[in-house]
Design a protein around this ligand. Structure first.
Ligand SMILES: [Zn+2]
Length: 712
């Protein structure tokens, strides 16, 4: 209704010639740009000597630069949830990547603006922000398909090789965002664009690889900045620049070796907590300053945006509007909370939390840390012991802040067990995740006796190296580092144990993998994903009974664990219980309708039960999800053979062989179909090729037998 009225008024205004130039009316639009992993001090506007950021520097010159802006966690999903809800992690409940989802009960900025008639679009660049993690709420369009800009050829190759795509570069995200902008009408828009390029591994495209050959991290920032220029140009071309509030920040920084940390997500120093923040208000909002010195944090963004766009933020919001600072006014100083619970969920170490207040920074961990930020901005001299009074005062303030920001949503804080696909995609991005421990004991005043992240920082470099080697396919070297260096230092580290177990399995050392998963299970008996791994290994060892027990236990803990449900169905199929297998695969498909292996195996079971039409329908669905799957084509061939449709069977087998060769079973299927079609010559050719490929003795024997039935 509101939208209709606004449009009508706008039409009247235009027809009366009331609006000059820009024909739009109503509140300003909002462009939110989040830069993953971007340090403020690597941007020109913050004094960096190299020319990494001409676009952002120009934006800062036009708007307001915040010299001291901070994230609440050095972790992507946690930070973005704080930005989009204006609340601390203790309140919104998202404490780590992967195992947590922003709860539907939370009110996000996108919902607030959508309710006010805004067109809302989000374009994210990494799987960590996939819509399944809850940030899509309130967006008309949430674009997290990282292959959307790919050519048909590139897509086909990726599918054939089963390539995993977990992020996309800035040029592709920008093009999608610009295309969306072009489709928008006169109503105000909220466009959120997330860029991932400065995240490790650093590999900028031409010419940035050469311009910044000695610092590829800077090259990634420069590439991203050039793409932001293209995005800004699209807003200007629409005539919207002056009526758009532009906000740019990062989710966290990057340590780049400071304090012994290579990247981010482990320690809580300012290398990873300080972020750039630039705000360019719409022309109608007057602002008089060019930079702000006051300490601000991510929760302040939402109320500031609400203030500028002209609405009241919900009461649950923790931050406050920074608008007074833009006009040279002042705000009373406020403490800024931060935490890192990833170390708890991913490594089994003590969670870390703390705050900055009045020029001091306090870190609450097994070793308490206190830094005088005025004298020691590098956080090098821990004064916790020598200035115990200050330390205790800040500790009290910290726990008051935590108590003042309790969970906002029901059922908050319990991480969900992740299925294998999520774990694999997070690992591909460099994150190891996540063990299903409870958050109930998270914000503890007394340490629980777990390992301190600070003491662990010494071996982080080896950990990063092992991950990089594993990511590059050098599995044996990676496994050696975990076995010989990391596990001896930290034998109860769940991530080390499960990472090594995964490597051992991929190296074919099944018994060793099994033993490592058992050790992990003893440490985290409620972790469904570990039970699933053990179940899978037992099935590989033909211990079907033990496998079933483990998988049922996993399912009890995590009913929606796709891998557990799927493997239980596969076990039923192995045991010849077709009816049970069919039910199981259908349950798996209720969790993920496009799960390829479930679609194919369900079709096989349906064909076995002579339900050929249903089998064909399932295979069609599998082929829609995976058009180049040799296995799906092969099974379609079998169904058609059974249905005595030899022509269709031959076509399906030929397709299977186009995408995989040699594929002895498909060759035998094709020959059988050709014999049915009285094409003896074709059948002979196929069988002779199969024999020449000499892949499987049984198949070769079968080929000879079939050849013998043909006329010479
Ligand atoms: Zn991030």
């Amino acid at each position: 209704m509101r939208r209709l009225l606004t449009n009508t008024l706008a039409t009247v205004a235009v027809s009366l010639g009331l609006l000059a130039g820009c024909s739009r009316s109503g509140p300003p639009s909002l462009l939110l740009v989040t830069l993953d992993t971007t340090r403020a001090d690597h941007l020109g506007a913050y004094g960096y000597a190299r020319d990494t950021s001409p676009t952002l520097d120009a934006l800062a010159a036009e708007g307001v630069l915040f010299e001291r802006a901070f994230a609440h966690a050095p972790i992507t999903l946690v930070s973005h949830t704080s930005i989009l809800t204006g609340t601390f992690p203790t309140a919104h409940g998202v404490r780590d990547n992967g195992g947590f989802t922003a709860h539907g009960e939370l009110e996000s900025l996108a919902e607030m603006l959508s309710n006010r008639g805004y067109a809302t679009g989000a374009f994210v660049s990494a799987f960590v922000l996939d819509s399944r993690f809850g940030l899509a709420q309130g967006f008309d369009e949430y674009d997290d398909s990282f292959t959307a800009e790919w050519s048909e050829d590139k897509l086909r190759d990726a599918r054939i090789y089963n390539q995993m795509v977990t992020d996309r570069p800035a040029d592709q995200t920008t093009s999608r965002a610009i295309a969306w902008l072009a489709e928008q009408g006169d109503e105000p828009f909220f466009l959120w664009v997330h860029y991932y390029d400065p995240h490790q591994r650093y590999a900028p495209p031409r010419p940035y690889d050469q311009l910044f050959f000695d610092s590829p991290y800077d090259g990634e920032i420069a590439f991203m900045d050039a793409e932001i220029a293209r995005l800004f140009a699209a807003v200007r071309e629409r005539g919207d620049w002056d009526r758009t509030l532009v906000t740019v920040t990062a989710d966290h920084g990057e340590a780049l070796g400071q304090h012994g940390e290579v990247t981010h997500a482990v320690l809580t120093y300012d290398s990873t907590l300080q972020v750039p923040l630039i705000i360019k208000p719409p022309a109608a909002t007057p602002w008089t300053v060019s930079s702000v010195q006051a300490t601000v944090s991510h929760v302040d963004l939402l109320p500031t945006i609400a203030d500028i766009l002209g609405f009241e933020p919900p009461a649950a919001v923790a931050g406050r509007s920074l608008l007074p600072l833009l006009t040279g006014g002042e705000l009373p100083a406020r403490a800024a909370y931060f935490e890192n619970a990833l170390v708890r969920f991913s490594f089994g170490w003590e969670a870390v939390f703390g705050l900055r207040a009045d020029g001091w920074k306090y870190i609450h961990a097994p070793e308490r840390e206190l830094y005088d930020l005025e004298q020691d901005p590098g956080e090098l001299y821990n004064l916790a012991t020598s200035n115990g009074e200050r330390s205790q005062e800040l500790e009290r303030l910290l726990f008051r802040t935590i108590a003042d920001n309790p969970p906002l949503v029901t059922g908050d804080g319990e991480p969900q067990a992740m299925d294998a696909e999520i774990l694999q995609k997070l690992a591909a991005l460099g994150y190891v995740s996540g063990t299903g421990s409870s958050t109930a004991e998270l914000n503890r005043r007394q340490p629980s006796g777990r390992r301190s992240p600070l003491s662990a920082a010494a071996y982080l470099a080896d950990y990063y190296l092992a991950n990089a080697l594993a990511g590059g396919g050098r599995l044996r070297e990676a496994a050696d580092i975990f076995s010989n260096t990391l596990l001896p230092l930290d034998p109860e580290n769940l991530s080390f144990l499960t990472s090594l177990a995964n490597l051992e399995r991929r190296l074919g050392r099944r018994e060793r993998a099994f033993e490592l998963y058992r050790r992990a299970q003893a440490l985290a008996p409620d972790d469904a994903s570990i039970l699933v791994e053990l179940g899978q290994l037992e099935r590989d060892r033909d211990n079907d009974e033990a496998a079933g027990e483990l998988l049922r236990a996993a399912r009890q803990l995590a009913p929606q664990n796709l891998t557990a449900v799927y493997l239980l169905a596969a076990l039923a199929a192995d045991a010849g219980d077709s009816a049970q297998a069919i039910t199981g695969y259908e349950e798996a498909l209720a969790i993920d309708a496009s799960h390829r292996d479930s679609l194919i195996n369900l079709a096989i079971e349906l064909a076995r039960s002579d339900r050929l039409d249903e089998a064909r329908t399932r295979l069609a669905a599998a082929l829609a999800a995976a058009p180049f799957s040799p296995r799906a084509h092969y099974n379609l061939g079998l169904v058609e053979l059974r249905a005595q449709k030899a022509e269709a069977a031959a076509t399906a087998f030929r397709r299977a062989l186009r995408y995989e060769r040699p594929y002895p079973a498909a060759s035998l299927g094709l020959a059988t179909a050709l014999i049915e079609l009285a094409d003896d010559q074709g059948a002979r050719r196929e069988l002779e090729t199969l024999i020449a490929e000499a892949q499987q003795p049984a198949a070769v024997e079968r080929a000879h037998a079939l050849l013998a039935t043909l006329e010479p």
